[in-house]
Write a protein that binds this ligand. Structure first.
Ligand code: SF4
Ligand code: SF4
Length: 349
């Protein structure tokens, strides 16, 4: 895959079409309950937020990679990026709250020309910054080689995807040569102290399955990754987050093209776990899109499902109104509530 769904004119680039496909499969074909009904059965509908702990900001869809499973449909051909004006609105909103953590995502967030300014300004507000760094960006171009030092200077927590500790599985999902570049980048992060015991510089990895199956137990995977990366490459890291692939965008396309769609949705619905449903990340997260729109999570953002609130854009950020909102759910949410559950921080149950 070298281009986004949008660039190739794929119908699944249309969020309304994705929602239709999701509903048809779950409700009309598999005759399974729609997500809101399943939540109602366990007393979780409408789903309500708790106090926000994370402001997750998607600073753009531009990326140096075109991963097969990407829920953002990101890639070098995506030009949507957050302007400095919108970043300033985020800072103004943040200053009105005591939200402790800002989670910067993309695309490759570092490709936004105002990324470093934004990180510095968020730090000045005394909030923790977490960056979802795809690793390869660090080695992609000379201008990014000093990112590890920059992250260190601002005490950024780095969260990076590495689908597996071997080249074949990683490259199949993320592109040729991605594993080798990711290893180089991890070694550069380790060299400045990231992941090293006692350094206080946190480096977490994200594992997601390479196909139409749910992740195995997170603790076991973490041990496997730690052993293999240390033995083969001398790499250390803090924690591994095991996440379930959500059936949105390019992963939805993969499921349909590979003939795994019905089976995967059935697996997710059958594995519905009320404890995981209680802990879904949208309850304590507010998500901001590249254009300043507000959402319950990054997945809803990609499906154009805006928050059900009078506060629809970061310029009209109203914490009190947002606290009253019902969270917008749909069939893709089954990915967050299956088995041990899934969030940007790994399992939840
Ligand atoms: S999954 Fe991450 S690294 Fe891969 S294309 Fe999407 S945004 Fe880029
Ligand atoms: S997809 Fe988003 S809205 Fe749905 S359960 Fe997961 S985090 Fe919540």
């Amino acid at each position: 895959m070298t281009k986004s769904l949008k660039a190739t004119g794929n119908q699944l680039a249309d969020s309304a079409f994705q929602l239709t496909v999701l509903r048809q499969e779950v409700v009309d074909v598999l005759h399974l309950p729609p997500f809101h009904q399943k939540m109602a059965e366990v007393g979780l509908f409408p789903l309500r937020p708790v106090a926000p702990a994370v402001l997750q900001i998607n600073v753009g869809k531009m990326c140096n990679q075109v991963c097969k499973h990407c829920h953002v449909d990101a890639g070098p051909d995506r030009k949507e990026i957050m302007t400095r004006e919108t970043m300033q609105l985020c800072l103004d909103a943040l200053a009105q709250t005591d939200i402790p953590t800002v989670d910067l995502t993309g695309g490759a967030p570092e490709m936004n020309p105002d990324f470093r300014w934004f990180v510095a300004e968020i730090s000045k507000l005394g909030r923790k910054v977490l960056v979802r760094c795809n690793l390869t960006i660090i080695v992609a171009n000379k201008k990014y080689h000093d990112l590890p030092e920059f992250f260190k200077e601002h005490g950024v927590e780095v969260v990076s995807s590495l689908p597996f500790y071997s080249a074949d599985k990683t490259d199949r999902q993320r592109g040729d040569g991605v594993f080798a570049d990711s290893i180089k980048a991890l070694q550069m992060l380790n060299a400045v102290g990231y992941g090293q015991p006692g350094s206080g510089l946190v480096l977490n990895l994200v594992y997601n399955p390479a196909g139409a199956f749910m992740p195995g137990p997170q603790a076991g995977l973490e041990q496997q990754f730690k052993r293999a990366l240390l033995k083969d490459f001398g790499i250390v890291f803090n924690s591994l987050f095991a996440i379930t692939n959500i059936p949105v965008s390019r992963f939805l396309d993969y499921l349909i093209e590979s003939g795994n769609y019905a089976g995967y949705m059935e697996k997710l619905v059958t594995a519905f776990n009320p404890t995981a449903a209680t802990g879904v990340m949208c309850r304590d997260t507010i998500s901001v899109g590249w254009d300043g729109g507000l959402y319950d999570c990054d997945f809803n953002q990609m499906l154009d499902l805006h928050v059900a609130s009078t506060s629809q854009h970061i310029r009209d950020f109203d914490a009190a109104a947002l606290a009253q909102r019902p969270i917008v759910v749909n069939q893709h949410c089954y990915g967050c509530t299956a088995g041990a559950g899934s969030s940007c921080g790994g399992t939840v149950a």
